[in-house]
Structures are given as C-alpha cells and as structure tokens.
Design a protein around this ligand. Structure first.
Ligand code: GLU
Length: 309
C-alpha cells in the first residue's frame, strides 16, 4: 500500500469503473456448469515481484480456468520433452481463427498454428501424456506448487460436462492422430485435456502461479529459478502473439501485455519485471475473451502507464 503506484486504490477504482460494462458480454454456455455462473462476478488480483499482493472483488473465489491451463501444460511439456521435438509438432504463429477451428488444421496437415489454440494444446497435452504414467497428478502438483495452494482441485462436474460435450475437441484429437501428430491414444489425451480445462482456481491463485513469468522465471518468495529465463521470454512472447484467441491483436492494441484468457472469464497478464495480474469476470466478448476483464486490464495499463511498450 505504501508502494507507488497505489495498486490497491487503483484496482478498487477499476472495479467501480468497469460496472457499466456488465451485461454487454455473454457467459459461456457450451456446458451447463459454466452457463449458470452469474455474469456480474468480478475479481482482480495483482502480485508484484517484490512479494507485495493486492486484490479486489471475489479474488479468493475459484472459477474454471479453462484455456489458461494451456500455459501450465506448455510449461510442463517444455520440461518434459526436448523443446525442439515439441516445436516440430506445433507452430508459434497467431492463428487468426477461432480457438476450436478445424479448418486451418486441415489446410496445414495436422500441425497446429500455436500451443494456445485447442489443437495445439491437445498436442502439448499429448506430449505430457506420452511421457508420464500419471499426468494429472503431475500437472496438479505443478499448479499447486506454483500457486502455493495445495487445495487446488479439478471441478469434476465441469470435467464430466467437458467430456460429454467435447465433440469438436474429440474431432480435433482424432484428426491430429490421423496426421500422426498424436502419440498417445486420443481418448487418453482428451481425458487429460478436459481435466486440465476444469481446474478451479481463484484470481489470487492464478496471479501467484504466474508471478515467475514476470520475474525471469524466479519465484520471488523462495528465490528458486523455477523456469529458465529464456523459456520465460519465449512463453511470454507466445502469450503476446497467441494468448487471446483471434482477438489477440485488439488486446495487444488496447492492453499491451502478454496474457492468456479462458472461456471461464479469467485473463492472466504479465508486466515483465513488475507484476502478474489476474482478472475474472465471466461475460465473454464474441471471440471468447472476458469483456469486463479486458476493460479492467486496459484501465490498469493506461492508469499505471505500464505495458511492454
Ligand atoms: N474447454 C474449452 C474447450 O476446449 C476451453 C476453451 C477455452 O477456454 O478457450 O473448448
């Protein structure tokens, strides 16, 4: 609170300022467990590399992290298999197509554009599944440690629902398999993919878990070099270019930081050398990014004058 800028006052002010934006987006409704979340929820949590933390709204309430999990699985895959092996199977370019598109995958013969669209994330998940006998505990262990919260769980209702309604993802997995870009059995990879999407975390958990990405890979509280600095630079670059589905250009224009969104309404952003920020608000814009969350992050970077540009 004694810091400059005064982050607590700022995020409280932002929570007020975004109120007129509620009702303009739409809560994800492809599964009932997400469709019933009230649209007017809001949370913001900020962690600083010096260990300070701030929060406003429902920052301790868990929500479905959905595609934000793709960052955790990418980080896990990059320490599980040689990076060159992974990058032969998935690209590093923005897709310009919806996150669950099959069309581009067909044109590009089963090599997904990047690890943050569903097809790319399914390849990344496959890389983990092919190298671990128990990939779910492996992933959960990583997530819990990063967030410093052993109580983080998978929401089983969401996981089941994802599985029951995941026809497009199943199509993507089988399509990848037909192109030789899936090592494990499709049903095994999908089981893990649906479970990673169903991890429930709070905004505070997510801001804490992402803090090493703002600190060249070092966990500030312990001094541990959790990820190599070069890997962090690369993952942040991918977040900047691919982290917001096909809304990534507009998000970069408005907010100007690497970030990852999920259809549960969460967005986690990184201000390198300074902060990790998570905002949660479930109403989505037409591209699947939190409408109010984007507005809140835009206000944050404008009012602090902090972005990567
Ligand atoms: N479970 C969702 C899907 O795979 C995640 C989408 C997202 O958050 O982008 O369709």
């Amino acid at each position: 609170m004694s810091k400059r800028p005064d982050i607590q006052s700022l995020i409280d002010e932002i929570a007020e300022a975004v109120k007129p934006e509620f009702g303009k987006g739409k809560v994800a409704d492809y599964i009932p467990a997400l469709a019933r979340i009230p649209g007017d929820r809001f949370a913001m949590a900020v962690c600083a590399v010096d260990g300070s933390e701030w929060r406003t709204g429902e920052a301790l309430r868990s929500f479905s992290i959905q595609s934000i999990s793709k960052v955790f699985t990418l980080l896990l895959a990059l320490e599980t298999i040689p990076p060159d092996e992974l990058w032969e199977r998935v690209g590093r370019e923005p897709s310009g197509t919806p996150f669950n598109s099959l069309m581009q995958l067909e044109n590009e013969r089963g090599i997904p554009r990047n690890p943050f669209i569903n097809s790319g994330a399914i390849v990344v998940t496959d890389a983990i599944a092919a190298h671990s006998a128990s990939p779910v505990p492996h992933l959960m262990n990583m997530v819990r440690k990063l967030a410093g919260n052993p109580g983080i769980i998978i929401d089983e209702e969401v996981a089941r629902s994802e599985e029951d309604h995941g026809h497009r993802n199943a199509a993507i997995a089988h399509f990848l398999k037909s192109h030789g870009n899936l090592r494990a059995e499709a049903h095994r990879v999908l089981h893990l993919y649906f479970r990673q999407c169903a991890i429930a975390m709070s905004a505070m958990d997510l801001a804490r878990a992402f803090l090493p990405l703002a600190n060249e890979g070092v966990v500030p509280s312990s001094g541990e070099q959790r990820f190599p600095a070069l890997r962090v630079k690369r993952v942040n670059s991918l977040l900047l270019t691919c982290g917001l589905y096909d809304g990534v250009g507009n998000f970069a224009f408005r907010v100007g930081i690497p970030a990852k969104s999920g259809v549960g309404g969460g967005i986690v952003g990184i201000i390198p050398g300074k902060y990790s920020i998570c905002v949660w608000s479930p109403e989505l814009d037409e591209l699947g990014n939190s409408h109010v969350g984007t507005a809140a992050l835009e206000l944050f970077t404008r009012k602090t004058g902090l972005s990567i540009f």
